[in-house]
Design a protein around this ligand. Structure first.
Ligand SMILES: Cc1ncc(COP(=O)(O)O)c(C=O)c1O
Length: 365
C-alpha cells in the first residue's frame, strides 16, 4: 500500500473521452474545461490528456489556474478564464496570456490599459450569473473591444442553465436568444469564435455546438446527466481507494464510531478503512455508502469520522488487513460510480470528485 488513500487518475480515459466527445462534432473544436484542479483530477495532467485526445482550447475559472497551466509549459494553447476577475486577477490572467470574458466596457478598458489581451463577450441568455442580459449592450462591448488598441475580440459566448435536464424547454429558449445575437456578432466581427455548449448541451443538441464546445465533466468520464457513464460510452477516469487497516469481531449490542450510530444486531466483523471527511469523503455517507473489498460491496456502518470509516464485513469476515478498499471504481466486475455516491448525497457527480481534498494524493497513469 503506497498511501492510506489514493486517487488514481487514468489519463488514457480522459484522452479517450475527449476523442469520444469530438465525435459528436461536425466542425466545432473542443475546449477542455480543467477548472477546480481538473474537477479534482489534476488540472495539468488532465489538460495534457485532453489535448492528446484532440482538444485545442483549455478553460479554467480563475486567473491563477491559467497561470498554473502556463507554468507547467502549456504554452501554445488558448486558455480561457471563464470567471469574473478582480483587478489583481486580471493582471495575473493577462500575464498568463489567457483569454478573459467581458460584458462591461470597463473590463475592455482595463485590458487595454494593461497593454491589451484577448477578450470574449458574454451574453447572459438565462443563466443569471455572468454576462449582460442586453444583446445591444453585448454588441457595444464587442465593438469597444474590437476598437481598443491591443485588444483582440476573440469570442462570443453564453452558458446554459438546464442543458442537463432533457426535455426542459428553457434550454431551447436560451439557444433561441443566443443564436441571432451570435449571428449579429459574426456579421460585425467575422472570424470570432462562437461558443455556448457544455458537456450536456454537446450531447443533447448539435445546434448548440457553433465553433467550440466547452466540455468539462464528460472528459473525466462523469455523466453530464447524472446517469451511468457507460450508457454514453464515457470512461470514468478517477478511482478512489484505500485499504483495510483493522478487522475485529463485534458482538450484538456493540457499536462503531462516534455517536454509536451503528449498533450490531448480530455477531459480525468491523473493517476499518483509513479515509474520512478530512480526505473529502463526506460525513453524510454515514450509514449510507458501500465500499468494495474483494470484489464485494461492504456497507459503510457508523459515522464517517475525519480519518476513518468502518465497514460491516459480516460474520465470516469478508475482509482482511491489507485488502484494497475501493470507494469509487471497479473491483472484480463490481462498480461504484461517482454518480452512485452523488445520488446517495442528493448532489451531483461533479461535487464528488471536486471535493476530494489535497490529503488524498493523485496518481496519474
Ligand atoms: C461557463 C462554463 N462553461 C463550460 C463549463 C463546463 O461544463 P460541464 O462540466 O458541464 O461540461 C462550465 C462548468 O461548469 C462553465 O462554468
Amino acid at each position: 500500500m503506497t498511501a492510506r488513500a489514493i486517487a488514481r487518475v487514468d489519463l488514457g480515459a480522459i484522452q479517450t473521452n475527449t476523442a469520444r466527445m469530438r465525435r459528436e462534432l461536425q466542425r466545432a473544436e473542443v475546449c477542455a474545461v480543467v477548472k477546480a484542479d481538473g474537477y479534482g483530477h489534476g488540472a495539468v495532467p488532465a489538460a495534457r490528456a485532453a489535448l492528446a485526445g484532440g482538444a485545442t482550447w483549455l478553460a479554467v475559472a480563475a486567473a491563477h489556474e491559467a497561470r498554473q497551466l502556463r507554468d507547467a509549459g502549456i504554452a501554445d494553447v488558448p486558455v480561457l478564464v471563464l470567471g469574473a476577475l478582480t483587478a489583481a486577477e486580471l493582471d495575473v490572467a493577462l500575464a498568463a496570456r489567457a483569454d478573459v470574458v467581458a460584458w462591461r466596457e470597463e473590463l475592455v478598458e482595463a485590458v487595454a490599459a494593461r497593454g491589451g489581451g484577448r477578450v470574449h463577450v458574454k451574453l447572459d441568455t438565462g443563466m443569471g450569473r455572468l454576462g449582460t442580459r442586453d444583446p445591444a449592450q453585448a454588441l457595444r462591448v464587442a465593438a469597444a473591444a474590437a476598437a481598443a488598441p491591443g485588444v483582440d475580440l476573440v469570442g462570443a459566448m453564453t452558458h446554459f442553465a438546464t442543458a442537463d435536464e432533457p426535455g426542459d424547454a428553457f434550454f431551447g429558449e436560451q439557444l433561441a436568444r443566443f443564436t441571432p445575437w451570435a449571428a449579429d456578432m459574426r456579421a460585425a466581427h467575422p472570424g470570432i469564435v462562437v461558443h455556448a455548449a457544455n458537456s450536456a448541451a454537446t450531447l443533447r443538441d448539435r445546434a448548440s455546438h457553433f465553433d467550440l464546445v466547452r466540455v468539462g465533466v464528460a472528459l473525466y468520464g462523469l455523466d453530464p446527466f447524472g446517469e451511468d457513464p457507460r450508457a454514453r460510452d464515457l470512461r470514468p477516469a478517477l478511482e478512489l481507494s484505500s485499504w483495510v487497516a483493522a478487522v475485529k469481531p463485534i458482538a450484538p449490542g456493540e457499536s462503531a464510531g462516534y455517536g454509536r450510530r451503528f449498533v450490531a444486531e448480530r455477531p459480525t466483523h468491523l473493517a476499518t478503512v483509513p479515509i474520512g471527511y478530512g480526505d473529502g469523503f463526506r460525513r453524510a455517507f454515514t450509514n449510507n455508502a458501500d465500499v468494495l473489498v474483494r470484489g464485494r460491496r461492504l456497507p459503510l456502518v457508523g459515522t464517517v469520522s475525519m480519518d476513518n470509516i468502518t465497514l460491516d464485513a459480516g460474520a465470516e469476515a469478508a475482509a482482511a488487513v491489507g485488502d484494497r478498499a475501493v470507494l469509487i471504481g471497479e473491483q472484480d466486475g463490481e462498480r461504484i460510480t461517482a454518480e452512485e455516491l452523488a445520488h446517495r448525497l442528493g448532489t451531483i457527480n461533479y461535487e464528488i470528485t471536486c471535493e476530494l481534498l489535497p490529503r488524498v494524493p493523485r496518481s496519474h497513469g
